[in-house]
Ligand binder design. Sequence first.
Ligand SMILES: NC(=O)c1ccc[n+]([C@@H]2O[C@H](COP(=O)([O-])OP(=O)(O)OC[C@H]3O[C@@H](n4cnc5c(N)ncnc54)[C@H](OP(=O)(O)O)[C@@H]3O)[C@@H](O)[C@H]2O)c1
Length: 339
Amino acid sequence: MNINDKSNPKPYVPNPERYNTMQYNRCGNSGVLLPKISLGLWHNFGFYDSFENARNILKKAFDLGITHLDLANNYGPPYGSAEENFGRILHKDFKAHRDELFIASKAGFDMWPGPYGNHGSKKYLVASLDQSLQRMGLDYVDVFYHHRPDADTPLEETMHALDLLVKQGKALYVGLSRYSPQETIEAQKILKSLGTPCLIHQSKYSMLDRSVEPELLPTLLDEKIGSIVFSPLAQGLLTDKYLKGIPEGSRASKDNTYLQAEEIPKTIEMIQKLNEVAQNRGQKLSQMAIAWILTQPAITTVLVGASSPKQLEENLLATNNTTFSNDEITLINSILKGA
Ligand SMILES: NC(=O)c1ccc[n+]([C@@H]2O[C@H](COP(=O)([O-])OP(=O)(O)OC[C@H]3O[C@@H](n4cnc5c(N)ncnc54)[C@H](OP(=O)(O)O)[C@@H]3O)[C@@H](O)[C@H]2O)c1
């Protein structure tokens, strides 16, 4: 080994204390425990991002007890590159720790050209998971999701495809993403009849988007399905990062279709007020936003994104204070209603 070769640094030795501080919740009525906070690889892990930064975020996550990592076929950009980079990092740093990780992938959005690279057919889902496994260098994923409902494919076909992948040993569990309460109930009925019940449901949930509260979350509790919620920080809006404008390199500063820059002035007054509440609780706004979600009994795990190890470390401190007084809840609700 050439000691000057930067691609061959000291092997990664995970923090031996990693399981002492993170708390784990049972996912629905399954045998699976998931960390209260999980990490998503939608942004910051593609070929256009820094590989070393991605690697450091993953090491930080694992050191902090985050065992659940969320991927999808189309994460990047370009599509597939987050899985490919993740596979390289897994091989370099986490080879000895595969059984300590709970890895998710998904298919449901456009992935490759032609009629078989999108939506919910068996043809697409089976081929896509094969491709994902190849990119990540894995024999199986822990959970495979249908990424979004597809009204044009019979639900039976999509659920049969998920069940088939479990029976083939390519996924241990199945998940549903963005399914409405009614679609979830129907899908779960089919999955149960096949002997492969839905483990987990993935949906968007934050202080700024509470649409899951009245119906979806109670449905998941009734159906005993775990709940993982994405964009808990509204892609960064629910942090102190935009209080003084749009910093260079932030998601809103990038020329893309994700967090639109025009969202900032629309919400800034509310964000400032929420930031004050967080400060009075002795928390950062990002921590309060995550803690607030964790008060919901249906939530198994909050799925955050991070562009640096520091952000992740900061976000995890949310679990230190997840208790809200009645006055705080009233105040937060009134601020959010003013949106
Ligand atoms: N099922 C689906 O359809 C679906 C859809 C979307 C997402 N997801 C999953 O959910 C995961 C999380 O989504 P998300 O990335 O939108 O979540 P998020 O946690 O709401 O936003 C993450 C972004 O917020 C900023 N941020 C995070 N912590 C911060 C802090 N402490 N201070 C300042 N800024 C901070 C960073 O953006 P900067 O780059 O600006 O620093 C970071 O990349 C994704 O990776 C993906 O796995 C699933």
